[in-house]
Design a protein around this ligand. Structure first.
Ligand SMILES: Nc1nc2c(c(=O)[nH]1)N[C@H]1C(S)=C(S)[C@@H](COP(=O)(O)O)O[C@H]1N2
Ligand SMILES: [Mo]
Length: 423
């Protein structure tokens, strides 16, 4: 530090009063501490007096020990066992938009199976000119695409219909991941087998015991669906469907069949399977919505949040979160610190892209008082994320699936946060 800048360095006291005086947008510079005697600065540390670990100590790298809290978590009482179960992405601890595979949520109906590339087969049959079986190597010979998409389980936020329940963004909104997939468009493979004019649907199933069979309209299958074998540059993890999974952009996670083994072209949707009829939304009058495949626009503040409390005093505070829409791209996110009375446009880290997560930031000047923190997403169709009351007016409280309402975190003066509802 030069003599000059030392003279100008504000004292901690000046910083606090100064921070309160400046508006949002000019606060970042005040976030560092004033220079003073700090052994981490003035003394030569242990790690600077010896050599570190050599290359190859960890041929496949894992996160450093200090990050061991950034892991998937299960909610034990939700399911009877961990075989037909779900865990949650630690979204409260991540930044950017890409979910590392190692902490991307898992949802299995009969456990994650181990299927090797040599044992892999994909059959396409039904209303086609030439039924074909593809090996893994066959798939690698078709022209490939790279696309970033979010995958959200329809049950994400499903425990929150009746009231604020789970205390953490990981648990309320963590049934989502967002990866860059490399794969072959399903359209390419369907063109290879030749779809007959009567073919209007594809029934897709996995190689696991549950098979997770679902019917997808041919129109979607020919649009942006991918038969993917890489995620974030490397092979899919076992738990996400190694070696091949279906990617159904913008549509509920259940349709993203893992360990994809068969695609049958059919004239009508196959709905006899339990998995298909299960994914309906029961309304207040007892009737059900079905074929609600698309995930509506949604957002959540990931920090501060119950698992990511504020650990510093008043002044500069980065409020951040994620927004997404299965109908297009995110065009804007507003943040409220007073439970939805006033809204402030957040800054998108990058322009929203189609059916992928968007990161937003509000560079806030926190006065140290409590906040009712909310985010509200808007998408390229003009749709605005509804409040919990607005969603309940339409959908009642009997649903589990497709809860995309605005989430509220009560941030206390201590910086701790709690999941609450505002009326
Ligand atoms: N074969 C198969 N595919 C499946 C499932 C399954 O149990 N078996 N679960 C589905 C559900 S309900 C969801 S939400 C997504 C979750 O994908 P993930 O485990 O990669 O997060 O996979 C879907 N695909
Ligand atoms: Mo799901």
């Amino acid at each position: 530090m030069s003599e000059n800048s030392k003279d100008k360095a504000p004292s901690r006291r000046q910083f606090l009063s100064g921070a309160a005086a400046v508006g949002v947008g000019a606060i970042g510079a005040g976030a560092a501490r004033a220079a003073g005697p700090d052994p981490l600065i003035t003394q030569v540390q242990e790690w600077a007096q010896a050599t570190g670990e050599g290359v190859d100590a960890t041929p496949y790298g894992l996160p450093i020990q200090f990050e061991k809290d950034v892991v998937r978590r299960n909610v034990e009482w939700l399911t009877a066992d961990t075989i037909s179960s779900i865990n949650f992405t630690p979204i409260h601890a991540l930044d950017g938009t890409i979910t590392p595979q190692g902490c991307a949520f898992e949802r299995h109906h009969s456990g994650a199976i181990e299927l090797s590339k040599p044992d892999y087969r994909l059959m396409i049959n039904g209303l086609v000119d030439t039924p074909l079986v593809f090996t893994y190597e066959d798939l690698e010979r078709f022209p490939r695409e790279n696309r970033v998409y979010f995958c959200e389980c329809a049950a994400n936020t499903g425990m929150e219909w009746a009231g604020a329940q789970l205390n953490g963004a990981q648990f309320t909104h963590g049934m989502i991941h967002n990866m860059e997939y490399s794969g072959v468009p399903l359209r390419t493979l369907l063109e290879e087998v030749g779809v007959k004019p009567e073919g209007k649907w594809v029934y897709v199933e996995g190689a696991d015991a549950s098979s997770n069979g679902r019917s997808i309209p041919l129109e979607k299958a020919m649009d942006d669906v991918l038969v993917a074998f890489k995620a974030n540059g490397e092979a899919l993890r076992k738990e996400h469907g190694y070696p091949v999974r279906l990617v159904v952009p913008g549509w509920e996670g259940n349709m993203w069949v893992k360990w994809l083994r068969r695609v049958e072209v059919t004239a009508m949707a196959i709905e006899s399977r339990e998995e298909t009829s299960k994914y309906t939304d029961t309304l207040e009058d007892g009737t059900s919505r079905k074929w609600t495949w698309v995930m509506d626009a949604k957002s959540v503040v990931t920090s501060p949040s119950p698992q990511a409390p504020i650990t510093h005093g008043p002044g500069p505070l980065v409020i951040t979160g994620l927004a997404w829409s299965g109908r297009g791209s995110i065009t804007g996110v507003d943040v409220s610190v007073d439970g939805g009375k006033n809204w402030i446009p957040a800054r998108l880290a990058a322009p929203g892209t189609d059916k992928a997560l968007t990161r937003f930031y509000l560079d806030h000047n926190w006065d140290g008082s409590e906040m009712l923190l909310q985010a509200r997403a808007k998408d390229s169709t003009g749709y605005v994320q509804p409040s919990k009351a607005q969603l309940r007016d339409v959908r009642g409280e009997n649903s589990i699936y497709h809860n995309n309402c605005i989430q509220t975190w009560w941030i206390k003066e201590t910086g701790e946060a709690e999941n609450v509802e505002v009326s």
